[in-house]
Design a protein around this ligand. Structure first.
Ligand code: SF4
Length: 107
């Protein structure tokens, strides 16, 4: 009987460990859906002005070729999304094609 109980305990602990390991990924689809509903950063946003944000990276002066929000480490949108959140613009979304002076390559 004790052997059965130990096995059940091991299974429970394995399941709990797997659940904890997967917890960070639990909200990803929800976060992506929420980001899609966020209002876009406007051109007159003070933070956007300070960071020289533009919705089209090709029109940014000083942008490294190929750099854009979609490949920035601060971008929170899902892969292939047209827009998504950015850690520098809480509660707002930026265009995947956008750029700002805080662009940092996603690694
Ligand atoms: S920090 Fe990155 S994702 Fe955010 S606006 Fe600037 S370039 Fe885009």
């Amino acid at each position: 009987m004790k052997q059965v109980t130990d096995e059940a305990r091991r299974r429970l602990l394995r399941s709990a460990a797997l659940g904890v390991a997967l917890l960070p990924f639990a909200g990803l689809p929800l976060r992506a859906a929420i980001a899609a509903d966020l209002p876009l950063v406007s051109a007159d946003d003070p933070t956007a002005k300070a960071l020289k944000y533009v919705s089209d990276a090709s029109k940014a002066s000083g942008a490294k070729p190929g750099s854009k929000c979609a490949n920035c480490s601060n971008y929170q949108g899902a892969a292939g999304s047209a827009q998504g959140g950015c850690v520098l613009f809480p509660g707002k979304a930026v265009q995947a094609t956008g750029w700002c002076s805080s662009w940092t390559a996603r690694t």
